[in-house]
Design a protein around this ligand. Structure first.
Ligand code: PGA
Length: 271
């Protein structure tokens, strides 16, 4: 099954509304993605202006979080119901939220379910800390987070979500995971989903990598044919982010060309 590749920019708590509008105007002049889905996740304050700025382009808007209730007395929270129609995607369970705001797997699961019932695609983040990696616990930790974070979704719902494998130690550190290690963890996640939610979910779910990806570190990943990337720091600058998107688009074009050439190869007749 061919899954559409996706590149997500996570702006975190950066850029004011005027700054982000200018960045998006520049970005949409630089890229017109056709082969890869591109999503920008700004702060809540900027979701509506970003949606307006990107109208008529193929760049989508996402949120960086949602609350799991649809409405009510939850001061300071923003629900998926409120974001419906404005954000196509929402990141949930980012390690910065898990670490700084005590986000548990249980609330991540509820947030993912809130996204799905409000027609928002959750991008569920999982990943191990450096200590856990050193202790050889990566598989255990990531499997545990994945299983618990998907607990409130059905198999058909899992088919359409995105999972982001982001080793915590790689986020914002400049230390990217080795591409083969990242691929191994991603394969483990897919195998787990097969066991928990069935073959169709495992084959359809997109699993991306995140953590210190930029145009330099991306080079080592492109040949692995991952489903995409979640990019923090490098997405804040329109030129840097556009470069990454173009590199992913070019790699898709190159592999499509190779595939086509392979199909056209004349079959040698036996004498
Ligand atoms: P980074 O952040 O690209 O700056 O490492 C990634 C993320 O936090 O999603």
């Amino acid at each position: 099954m061919k899954r559409q590749k996706i590149v997500v920019g996570n702006w975190k708590m950066n850029l004011t509304v005027p700054e982000s509008t200018i960045t998006l105007e520049k970005l949409e002049k630089e890229i017109q993605p056709k082969k890869v889905e591109v999503v920008i996740c700004p702060s809540f304050t900027d979701i509506y202006p970003a949606q307006k700025a990107l109208l008529g382009t193929s760049i989508e808007v996402g949120a960086q979080d949602v609350f799991y209730e649809d409405s009510g007395s939850f001061t300071g929270e923003v629900s998926a119901t409120q974001l419906k129609g404005m954000a196509k995607y929402a990141i949930v369970g980012h390690s910065e939220r898990r670490k700084n705001f005590g986000e548990s797997d249980k609330s991540v699961a509820k947030k993912a379910a809130a996204c799905v019932r409000n027609e928002i695609v959750p991008i569920i983040c999982v990943g191990e800390t450096l200590h856990e990696k050193m202790e050889g616990l990566t598989k255990l930790v990531v499997s545990g987070q994945t299983e618990a974070s998907l607990a409130e979704l059905t198999g058909p719902e899992v088919e359409d979500i995105v999972i982001a494998y982001e080793p915590v130690w790689a986020i914002g550190s400049g230390h990217v995971d080795t591409p083969l290690e990242a691929k191994k963890v991603i394969e483990n996640i897919r195998n787990l989903i097969k066991v928990l939610h069935g073959t169709k979910a495992a084959e359809s779910v997109r699993i991306v990598y995140g953590g210190s990806i930029d145009s330099k570190t991306l080079k080592g990943f492109l040949s692995l044919d991952l489903d995409g990337y979640l990019i923090g720091h490098d997405s804040l600058n329109h030129e840097d982010f556009a470069k990454v998107v173009r590199m992913v688009e070019d790699s898709i074009a190159a592999s499509q060309k190779t595939l086509k050439a392979g199909k056209k190869k004349p079959v040698k007749k036996k004498k």
